[in-house]
Ligand binder design. Structure first.
Ligand code: AMP
Ligand code: MG
Length: 406
């Protein structure tokens, strides 16, 4: 059976960044930049005042209570018309250009308007350059300001606007379709009858997809019948990623792999050595019309198995299609707070709580009841990664952790 790493390598071999498109700035939030961005301006465009006050010559203020003649008033958006000479000052507002001749600004709070168009400066000393931001100190024309790949946040959108980029080249978000399968499933709005359970996976996978940075849509529930599965899967194959839940184990009604193959999805692997999540199925549907292939993940139906497989395999695929490095969730190591018996020969991802204990992380496995126990997982902030091997991991041992998204 494939290891988690081997299976992930196979997924990533089939996941290629989606070809970049030109997008308007107001649609770019969360997308991954695909081009280098160069500034077309100096910022600030001129030496500017960072306070409201008086632009003057620092050398004039050798003692307190100096009086200076006020030449003019310059607000942001205006240009000064007069040169500041010894004994004079220009009233200036935040952001306005520094007049020629001035080398400092004294804030208005340290001044007082005096008779005869004069101002009294109350500052004991003034340093040259005081309260002035120099031209191009933040950006200079021709300078590279953003380098791909870069996921665009609000701050990058602001920077793009500052350098005049109203459209950019970015990788589109991979669309993701979710199809739940199972005769036992009812909608979350219904009270389950005998033998039934609510479909929690569609909501779970929708949320995980959004947290992984993409948009998903649900194709509802397919019954464990070839005709129903065919309809749902055919619709899902129009999307870049199709995620199914259930129907990939060894039960008599686990028809998903067979229907996928019938519909032209090439199986890449079935079953991975991990717990929970062993029955995972992965395949690729190539399209004749030149569209990028659809990646198809058949996740095991148990919700915790679905989550573990999503975070280990689907999230890195989303990252790669989006143009990012496929790093998956952040990982680390932490010290076990209590003994933990590990059963079986599969590496196990155990819902746990990791916390900072005075500068060193420690991890406490939760009393998890198995792959159907979503309630315990909801109290976890990480998955503790126990390597295979039937033994007791002792309190104090260091183990790997995978941090769940917050
Ligand atoms: P399966 O992988 O289809 O054999 O399902 C394994 C277990 O997961 C069964 O107990 C199912 O009832 C449960 N299950 C399957 N699909 C879902 C779903 N969409 N939501 C919640 N539980 C599910
Ligand atoms: Mg099933």
């Amino acid at each position: 059976m494939l290891s988690v790493d081997q299976a992930l390598q196979l997924v990533l071999q089939h996941a290629q960044p989606l070809p970049p498109r030109r997008v308007q700035l107001d649609e770019a939030l969360g997308l991954v930049l695909a081009e280098e961005i160069v500034s077309d301006i100096d910022s600030p465009p001129h030496d500017k005042s960072v306070v409201d006050g008086y632009a003057l010559r620092a050398a004039d203020i050798a003692s307190p209570n100096v009086h200076l003649r006020v030449l003019e008033e310059v607000t942001a958006g205006m240009l000064p018309t007069l040169t500041v000479e010894s004994g004079t000052a220009t009233r200036i507002m935040t952001g306005a250009p520094i007049p020629d001749g001035a080398d400092a600004v004294v804030m208005v709070e340290q001044t007082e308007f005096a008779e005869g168009g004069r101002v009294r400066i109350d500052a004991p000393t003034v340093r040259p350059g005081q309260n002035i931001t120099r031209r191009a100190s933040s950006l200079s024309r021709g300078k590279t300001v953003l380098v791909p790949p870069k996921r665009l946040r609000g701050v990058e959108l602001g920077l793009l606007a500052e350098v005049g980029r109203t459209s950019i080249s970015a990788h589109p978000r991979p669309g993701l379709a979710i199809l739940a399968t199972g005769n036992e499933l009812v909608s979350p709005s219904q009270l389950p009858g005998p033998g039934q359970i609510r479909n929690s996976n569609s909501a779970l996978l929708h949320g995980l997809s959004a947290q992984a940075g993409t948009l998903s849509h649900s194709l509802g529930i397919a019954r464990d019948a070839a005709i129903d599965l065919r309809n749902g899967i055919s619709a899902g194959l129009q999307t870049r990623i199709l995620v199914l839940s259930g129907g990939v184990s060894a039960g008599v009604l686990d028809l998903v792999p067979q229907v996928l193959v019938e519909l032209g999805v090439e199986q890449v692997f079935h079953k991975v050595n991990l717990k929970p999540g062993k029955p995972l199925w992965f395949g690729v549907k190539r399209h004749a019309d030149g569209q990028p292939p659809t990646l198809v993940f058949g996740l095991p139906g148990n919700p915790v198995s679905s989550l573990v497989c999503f975070e280990l395999f689907v999230r890195p695929a989303i990252q790669k299609l989006s143009g990012l490095a496929p790093t998956g969730l952040p990982r680390g190591t932490a010290e076990l707070t209590k003994d933990h018996p590990q059963r079986g020969e599969r590496p196990t991802y155990w819902p746990s709580v990791v916390r900072d204990a005075g500068g060193k992380p420690e991890v406490s496995p939760l009393p998890w009841k198995g792959s159907g126990d979503l309630a315990t997982l909801a109290g976890a902030n990480c998955l503790a990664c126990f390597p295979p091997g039937e033994r007791v991991f002792k309190a104090g041992e260091m183990i790997g952790v995978m941090h769940l998204p917050s």
